[in-house]
Design a protein around this ligand. Sequence first.
Ligand code: HEM
Length: 493
Amino acid sequence: MSQIARASAQTNLQNYITQILHTELNTDACSSPSPNIMCLRFGSVHVIVVNCPEIACEILRKNDAIFASRPLTFASDSFSFGYKASTLSPYGEQWKKMRRVLSSEILSTAMERRLHARRAEEADHLIRFVYNQCNTTANNSVDVRHVARHFCGNIIRRLTFSKRYFVEPPLGSAGASPGPDEMDHVDAVFTVLNYLYSFCVSDYFPMLRGLDLDGHEKVVHGVMTTINRLHDPIIKERIHEWSTLHKHGVKREVRDFLDVLVSLEDSEGQPLLSLEEIKAQTAELMFPIVNPSNAVEWALAEIMNKPQVMEKAMSELNTVVGKERLVQESDIPRLNYLKSCIREAFRTRPYHPFNIPHVAMKDATLSDYFIPKDSHVIISRVGLGRNPNTWDVPLEFQPERHLSGSSNIVLTEPDLRFMSFGTGRRGCPGVSLGSSVTMMLFARLLQGFTWTKLPGVQTIELKESTTNLALSEPLILQAEPRLPVHLYVSVSS
Ligand code: HEM
């Protein structure tokens, strides 16, 4: 047991399996593909690892009713306040209730339209922020990771709480940097994502819970303290506001996601959601910071080493948008080359090597293999996206491979040749919002600035981190504004 504990302190389940499965996928040869499916035993749990699109489709499309549950782990339990929200909850009434709230109220087309102005303001703030950064730093240098993560954090906070900052900076500080609370917030979300389904020894040997042999419990408690410190006062104040309105029979329009969560009523006119459910759902709404920011950082890193790809992307922006106005969400349908770049980033450079795990709710068969009830099924994003049986030169960043002649390239991939938003019952309900956030971040950075490598850097080192698959070091580049000055200074704050 002590051996297991020691090993788990240094590595996690995902990294461990990644090492077993993907060593050869990270070589240029890709000569011997990894097994399409394999089974590992952790304690009493069968962990089924899937490495090819065909079996992934069997799980998420053909048999998604069977594989629609989630594992119960220490971190997912803590982060979801005992499975009170959607993403982490096992299949059941609670998941159905929260998924319905998300799909039909929060991520509905009507809500997306209503909150368009918020997203547009954040895209303007992004341009102004980077403009200020490159005018005030040595070498015009910009930390693309910082910009990308905080743009996504700002957007989700604006949509959820109507706040970019937890404590508003003084008037006139438009384009201001994130403060310590916003830094803590985004760091907490990334920490949680690194720990959510990592190998925690007590998940497989429950009698060890409380001993915290691998230190996971301490980290998860720390993160929850930060999230509660930042979210709780806003949530409690909003509940108070709505209950006062309710008492006086006053109605007001919902302004953000939190308003929706707080104001929904059941058939008896009582609040539909408890405080715990609201806390859990607002915490989970922060997860999507990771995918757009990681994809855009990688896409930019890749194309810095490929001038011909950068040229095509800039030429598309020049043709579709020009230089006299800023790119808008309404331009996205015509930015097919840029969308192909993001598809390449999703395909080759996911943040996590694996999709969120699914659990078999009854015995099943996958590709003629017997899968016992309660098995944890994890689909390898790397196994799909870098699979040599699906993709030519799988490790090459080639946006052209996605230009199939369709007049509107999309970021979804229902055939699971790579993992973007998944599919089926547990597929992502935030496809539309996630696509627009990702594309606006990418398109604004490219349109607004000419990016160059720092002096002395010949090529960007495309090395993955050892704890996840993010770029091992934040991408730092030089940025030069390329549009008329009034477009940077006149944008809304
Ligand atoms: C580029 C952006 C995004 C990507 C690539 C992405 C991708 C994914 C993936 C791969 C899953 C898991 C599917 C599965 O378990 O098989 C998922 C689930 C989920 N996503 Fe997204 N997502 C994005 C943005 C968003 C946004 C903006 C929201 C909402 C604000 C959101 C909300 C959710 C929820 C609630 C689930 C869990 C669904 C469930 O378990 O029932 N996502 N997403």
